[in-house]
Design a protein around this ligand. Sequence first.
Ligand code: SAM
Length: 371
Amino acid sequence: MDNVLDFFCEKRPWSKYKDLILDYYLEPYLQKVKNLRKPILIIDCFAGPGKFDDDQLGSPLIIAEKLHKLYKSGYQVTALFIEANKELYERLERNTRDLIFPIETRYGNFSEFVNEISNLARDHSVFVYLDPIRPSHLLFDQMSSVYEQLQAGQSVEVLINFMSWGFLRGVWGSASHMMSLGKLKPENPQVLRFNQIAGGTYWQKIAFDDSLSQTERTDRLADGYASQLHSWFRYVLTYPIREKYETSYPKYHLVFGSRSHHAVDLMNRAMVKARREFINAGFIEGFLFPNQPEKEVIKPEEIKKIVIETCREIGKTDWTRLRINATIAHPSLYTDSELNRAIKQAIKDGKLGSNCPGTKIEENALVWPLP
Ligand SMILES: C[S@@+](CC[C@H](N)C(=O)[O-])C[C@H]1O[C@@H](n2cnc3c(N)ncnc32)[C@H](O)[C@@H]1O
């Protein structure tokens, strides 16, 4: 996108699914963190103007709507919106001026405000949204001092738009400058810059592996990014955003990090919901006969297979851990209730051993694989 203002002329159809995930997640997230009895802060580091020219809501107003509800019930909430473009910042101020709960707006590069954010994370439950417009706008380590608050026991979660496809295009476009005799020059400034964006060197193998399809390369890149994020967050989930189902590569990946397994269930629910809406819009709604690809038809047998396989991989464990591991291995496909149902069924069918009968959900029950 040459001109950032063009981005906000109208919301692109695929952006809708990114926003749905944010929207669907925030409601249950806020219901959970309000019980931590700490003020809640949501930060949108790449806020934009709040509203698109076609009147669709941007992320700041989606966030504001959710916080406002909690504010009305007496909870202490704040939003912090940061925008680097002067004109968009002025629009953001206008679009948020009449909201009646505490909103702070900042004009400038979000990196100037990282210290302020990490100080706030000491006594707030914090959710950070990072939605850059170019891969180079977000370096992997830039928020590290905020994430480090997790070690002090604080509640910090992050949702990142990792621009996987844009990153690969950037790498391929610069390949001739970064290579010598068919090999990347490790100290080349552009190589170092890509390392900084990705948070490591793992991208170097993936980007030039001709045995991988475009989808595989973007997905593996996102998996690499997720692994790096694990150095701070116990749980990381990824979700590919596609323009169309049949497009050969995702436009970008949403990457979510949290220390809480409850958050995994909730974020996965949001992702499943958005994914099913995407499938519905492409193959079901308005069609006389639903024509979604076979693998998109939800089959309880398939879900049961996933929980049994996951249990074989991890060995004896408890019910919750089995569900969370299955979710992380297959994000955005099945909800926690569907996975719970599959665990119950696998116990009843004698496919999983357990110290519970599998008639109801028992999160602490032990489960183990049977031969
Ligand atoms: C993809 S748009 C964000 C869209 C927004 N999340 C929404 O859904 O409405 C990225 C925004 O970040 C702004 N931006 C780019 N670099 C920035 C930086 N370093 N700090 C803060 N804002 C930045 C751009 O001007 C642009 O408005």
